[in-house]
Design a protein around this ligand. Structure first.
Ligand SMILES: Cc1ncc(COP(=O)(O)O)c(C=O)c1O
Length: 425
């Protein structure tokens, strides 16, 4: 049996429409190579994970060195040096007064833990999320995920979760236009608190850019308005940096674009360039509201993953990869705007840094989502050596989220292949 046949027989893949037809043997930088030796330019980074590039030498060396010393001890039963060093580094590079990190393994675990911490600190139990958001596949994270397509057949969910319309300017819930709207979608938070909750809101949870929702990009002053309302009602701001963190959106953390200070910030994906690790960081007084017995994770803060994460962050800093992502993102967005002028199928190009969404519509007036067309474009690009992401709440957004080390030549190729695919539709 070959790999695809074994997948069909032994791997539970019934929950995905299909696995992309590429059997990957190896990857380096922004290039993925399949078992036949064909190269692809990777524009999805394993869902926005390998920010420092696939098999980054510095990260791999650090992980290998740590593997020869200690693989596991449980970093909450004994002290592990890489865990301590990484926590110190995160306190230095995260915004504001964020200081103490709890480490887990994946994004959902970080969000779930952060929600527990918010409840413990505030003594309150409700959460407000955003429509079109995505926070993970566990029970609490799906409860605050604002997308029926992810939640169906899994309910009932946690009580005490309610949702604010997304800052989705292209499809404004209030049918208004920015900036004339004066951030109606953010101001609606007052109504949500007043009419949908029972004065027990522990936290408001949001992604700086809504990745799975279709790279929905809030206006620059959005979070300032949100923060004002949260402060008034003594509600914590929980920022989900799982997808936007570690240079992806053109800053070390996406929320830095918005000038607000999170009370708790959750991280995963790009934290260790592919090694499984996640964390949530909080101010000391919030973090310390966990009491003995409240929380733990057997693999959380694994020494190998933490050593890889430290090397990864050092590499991001040495190479100024957040700034690079910002510059490269501007170049790509310019090129994609050029394609938009040429191809009617492109309704909007949006995003920050190397977190770019291309929303496809059948016509610009009705904005009917062009989902099938998107799938075809993705397929044509794949055949021509470019791997794209795909998503959005209407399944019509091409996602360009390459490793931040992608070269100018590779970006030019991506644009060329996209242009060709759009011509073929
Ligand atoms: C913003 C955000 N939060 C949480 C998650 C869940 O992360 P994981 O799949 O590692 O549990 C994701 C995954 O795509 C995400 O994009």
């Amino acid at each position: 049996m070959n790999t695809i046949e074994k997948y069909k027989k032994y791997v539970n893949i019934s929950m995905v429409e299909r696995v992309q037809p590429v059997v990957i043997e190896k990857a380096q930088g922004a290039i993925i190579t399949d078992i036949e030796g064909k190269n692809y330019i990777d524009c999805f980074s394993g869902i926005a994970v390998t920010n420092a590039g696939h098999c980054n030498e510095k990260v791999s060396e650090a992980a290998k060195a740590q593997m020869d010393k200690l693989v596991h001890c449980c970093s909450y039963v004994y002290y592990s040096q890489p865990t301590a060093d990484l926590a110190e580094k995160l306190a230095q590079i995260t915004p504001g007064r964020l200081q103490k990190t709890f480490f887990g393994n994946g994004g959902a675990e970080a969000i779930e833990g952060a929600m527990r911490l918010a409840k413990q600190f505030t003594g309150k139990t409700e959460f407000i999320g955003l429509q079109a958001s995505f926070h993970g596949r566990s029970y609490a994270t799906l409860s605050v995920t604002g997308n029926n397509a992810r939640k169906r057949r899994g309910g009932p969910y946690m009580v005490g979760c309610t949702f604010l319309p997304a800052p989705y300017c292209y499809r404004c819930f209030f049918e208004l236009e920015y900036p004339k709207c004066r951030l109606r979608c953010a101001r609606a938070l007052e109504d949500i608190i007043r009419f949908n909750t029972y004065d027990s809101v522990a936290g408001f949870i949001a992604e700086p850019l809504l990745g799975e929702g279709g790279i929905i990009t809030p206006p620059d002053d959005y979070f300032l308005e949100i923060e004002k309302i949260l402060k008034k009602h003594e509600i914590l701001l929980l920022v989900d940096e799982v997808q936007t963190g570690f240079g992806r959106a053109g800053k070390m953390f996406g929320i830095e674009h918005y000038g607000v200070e999170p009370d708790i910030m959750m991280m995963a994906k790009g934290i260790a360039d592919g090694f499984p690790l996640s964390g949530f960081i909080a101010r000391e007084e919030i973090a310390d509201s966990f009491k003995p017995g409240d929380h733990l994770s057997t693999f959380g803060g694994n020494p190998v993953s933490c050593a890889a994460a430290l090397a990864n962050i050092e590499f991001l800093e040495e190479q100024n990869l957040a700034d690079e992502a910002l510059k490269k993102g501007e170049y790509l967005k310019d090129q994609l705007e050029r394609l938009k002028a040429k191809h009617k199928l492109i309704g909007e190009v949006r995003g920050k840094g190397l977190m770019i969404g291309i929303e496809l519509v059948r016509d610009h007036a009705s904005k009917t989502p062009a989902s099938d067309e998107g799938k075809k474009i993705r397929e044509i690009c794949l055949k021509n050596g470019v791997l794209l992401g795909f998503g959005g709440i209407y399944a019509n957004v091409l996602r360009i989220q390459p490793p931040l080390v992608i070269s100018q030549g590779q970006m030019e190729n991506v644009v060329k292949v996209l242009d060709l695919a759009l011509q073929k539709i």
